[in-house]
Every structure is written in structure tokens, then in C-alpha cells.
Design a protein around this ligand. Structure first.
Ligand code: RB5
Length: 142
């Protein structure tokens, strides 16, 4: 899978860990920033990542901030983005299976590194079931 990753300062360390994890598991990741710990605004990074996901269909986003909430709110303002804030692997799997999520949001102050890896693993292993879910997902952008 091809990912675009982004974080604010609060999510930087976890994002860097997960970028490494994704690459080690065979995925392609462009880390769009932030690249340092200076205080920065999560909507800017959500916009940067979702711009690329929308421009390149079939790609995915990974967004990390302190809670994941700001990133998910910002990302979901974009038509065509289905961002899922996940705190467990079941939700991450279902976000792909039922919601065809194309952006995964995580809170670095909410989940530890091990749980975050499990969540990302479930997200990348999941796949959209289509069927009755396809019409529901289509209504999101109607
Ligand atoms: C930054 O302190 C924090 O507010 C931000 O990372 C995020 O949690 C917002 O939703």
C-alpha cells in the first residue's frame, strides 16, 4: 500500500515510528511532515496529506496528533476522505471493511507504540467488503 503520512508536533514521534514500521512491512510511505518538534497546527498537515490522497486514488493517509481528534475532524471535511480515528485493532479492521476508510488517524497521547502498531497492522490487513456497504459509503459524499 502507498501511504502519505503527516503529524503535528504532538504526533511526530509516533508517526516516525509508524513510518518505519510500514516501510519495514513492505509499504511505501511519503512522510509529508512535520519533520521537527516545533509547535504546529494539525489542520495544515491534514490538508497536506488529504490533498495527496485525493489526487492519487488508491492511496492512503496516516495522520497523528495528540488525540487524533483534530486530525480526523480536519481530514473528514474533505469530500472523498473517509478518515477513521482508531484506538483498537477491531475498529481499524472494520474501518476498512465497512467504511472503506482511506485515512487512519491516531492519537499519540492515547495509544502506546505497541497498540499503534497493532492498529496499523489491522488497517493494512483489512479490505472493503463492498456489497451493502458500497451504497452507504457512496451516500457519504452525496
Ligand atoms: C496539540 O497540543 C494537540 O492539541 C493536537 O495534537 C491534537 O491533539 C488536537 O486534536
Amino acid at each position: 500500500m502507498r501511504f502519505f503520512a503527516g503529524s503535528d508536533h504532538a504526533g511526530l514521534a509516533l508517526k516516525l515510528h509508524l513510518v518505519t514500521w510500514l516501510r519495514a512491512h513492505g509499504h511505501e510511505v511519503d512522510d509529508l511532515g512535520t519533520h521537527d518538534g516545533a509547535s504546529t497546527d494539525y489542520p495544515d498537515w491534514a490538508a497536506r496529506v488529504t490533498d495527496r490522497v485525493l489526487a492519487e486514488p488508491g492511496t492512503f493517509g496516516l495522520l497523528v496528533c495528540g488525540t487524533g481528534i483534530g486530525m480526523s475532524i480536519a481530514a473528514n471535511r474533505r469530500i472523498g476522505i473517509r478518515a477513521a480515528l482508531c484506538t483498537d485493532s477491531f475498529t481499524a479492521r472494520m474501518a476498512r471493511a465497512h467504511n472503506d476508510a482511506n485515512v487512519l488517524c491516531l492519537g499519540s497521547r492515547v495509544v502506546g507504540v505497541g497498540l499503534a502498531e497493532d492498529i496499523v497492522a489491522a488497517f493494512v490487513a483489512g479490505s472493503f467488503e463492498g456489497g451493502r456497504h458500497a451504497g452507504r459509503v457512496a451516500k457519504l459524499d452525496a
